[in-house]
Design a protein around this ligand. Structure first.
Ligand code: CTP
Length: 423
């Protein structure tokens, strides 16, 4: 049986952070799937893992520095930048991301990343505050704009006893993202960073060719403590179907998704998040976009406090759970004076008075169109595979569609949005 990454050559750039130890496991995962892995360690990475360990696991020599003369004579940085099918940066530290975003070439890793035309996947890992800092988010947006793929970071407890996005994606997730990237990369004509965007020749000519589309999907998880969270029944099926349809229509699609159990749609850049606040940050980082579709079932409230340790039963009555309101992502983006996507579409999940509530919602949220659906338990929409939607316009007009499979709803919605963008 051929393995999914059989004979694919990966240059693995290991950045300097506590998560560097997971890069060793990543080498194993990639090799299990058939890839040949050539490790390149930054100076910082070598504080956490040794080139010897990386080389032993890879079965290849590990590269370390631009000024290692023996290495330069053996294999120059330009050759390193070309002699692979893809480059994976894991962990991508704040500093490596900054160097990539600004085109800095002060060490071997940065030089190779600047000199390459190969598809690049980064797996960021850093302290949550560093991740959320506007400078890092700016760099992230720049890198995405350059066609760099991103996997993670995940949310969870951090080395510094903080909680939030910043943990390196799991090695298996990174290996999955490598497979997706290589499956979508165009053959080596033109620049790798364009190939990394996942456009296919067929899609490049679709009704959304050249457009950038942002989709939110899935539920959010709002942590109570490290083991408990508040969530809802959204499966992400409708949002994911819309993202898949947009990619098939030729768009560059960024899908910001809460935790779901369904596969990533093909040809789409997925940004996994857990909380509403992380979703808002990821959405803002993904802008600009021509079209933004907010299909996620965002938790309206989160616990006022997330405990760093598991809350224990101590025999007395359970502590009341105080909640605070989450930011409204749709209203925030629709209300932007600068950089508002041309077409902003919201969803309305209602259990009663669907149309009346949807009409009120469109005004309250400031979006251009609402896709309203009845999510009463009897209909089985939440978590199910079919959907009955009503399109509600700003002027209150309503168009009711028959009950359709969510994939078909996704395709029809995308056709409609493409016509609205390009009448
Ligand atoms: N939405 C959002 N951010 C939130 C809440 C909702 O972006 N914090 C978006 C959803 O993605 C959807 C739309 O707003 O596109 C409406 O979501 P819905 O849950 O139906 O409405 P709510 O704003 O939560 O209002 P209510 O709970 O009163 O129905």
């Amino acid at each position: 049986m051929t393995r999914p990454l059989q004979n694919r050559r990966i240059l693995l750039v290991i950045g300097g952070g506590i998560a560097a130890y997971k890069a060793l496991d990543l080498i194993r995962r990639l090799r299990e799937r058939g890839a040949q892995v050539r490790p390149l360690l930054t100076k910082g990475a070598q504080e956490f893992v040794t080139p010897l360990a990386a080389a032993a696991l890879a079965g290849e020599r590990a590269h370390t520095d631009l000024f290692d003369r023996a290495e330069e004579a053996d294999i120059g940085h330009i050759k390193l930048a070309r002699d692979a099918d893809a480059i994976v940066v894991a962990p991508a530290t704040a500093s490596l991301m900054a160097r990539m975003a600004t085109g800095d070439s002060s060490d071997l890793a940065a030089t190779v990343l600047l000199a390459t035309t190969l598809p690049i996947l980064i797996a960021p890992a850093m302290n949550v505050r560093m991740w959320q800092h506007p400078a890092t988010q700016r760099n992230l947006a720049t890198l995405r704009g350059d066609g760099v793929r991103v996997v993670g970071p995940n949310e969870g407890a951090m080395a510094e006893a903080e909680f939030g996005p910043g943990r390196l994606a799991e090695p298996a997730e990174i290996a999955d993202a490598v497979e997706t990237m290589l499956a979508e990369a165009r053959p080596a004509s033109g620049f790798g960073f364009l190939a990394g965007r996942g456009a296919t020749a067929e899609a490049a000519s679709g009704p959304l060719a050249g457009r950038r589309v942002l989709v939110t999907s899935g539920p959010t998880h709002e942590p109570i403590d490290p083991v408990r969270y508040l969530a809802n029944r959204s499966s992400g099926r409708q949002g994911h179907a819309i993202a898949a349809a947009a990619a098939a229509a030729g768009a560059t699609v960024i899908l910001v998704s809460g935790p779901v159990a369904i596969p990533h749609p093909p040809g789409v850049q997925v940004v996994p998040v857990e909380t509403a606040r992380a979703m808002l940050a990821a959405v803002e980082a993904a802008l600009p976009a021509d079209l933004a579709i907010f299909a996620a079932a965002v938790g309206d409230w989160r616990p006022a406090e997330t405990r760093a340790s598991k809350i224990k039963k101590d025999g007395s009555a359970p502590a009341p759970l105080a909640l605070v309101e989450n930011p409204d992502i749709l209203a925030t983006i629709a209300g932007r004076s600068a950089g508002r996507p041309r077409l902003v579409v919201g969803f309305a999940a209602e259990t009663d008075r669907v149309l009346e509530n949807a009409r009120a919602k469109i005004a309250r949220k400031g979006c251009d169109l609402i896709v309203a659906n009845d999510v009463s338990p009897a209909g089985g929409v939440m978590g199910g595979t079919a959907n009955t939607v009503h399109l509600v316009g700003r002027d209150g007009t309503v168009e009711t569609w028959p009950t359709l499979d969510k994939d078909e709803v996704g395709r029809r919605l995308i056709q409609r949005f493409a016509r609205l963008l390009d009448p």
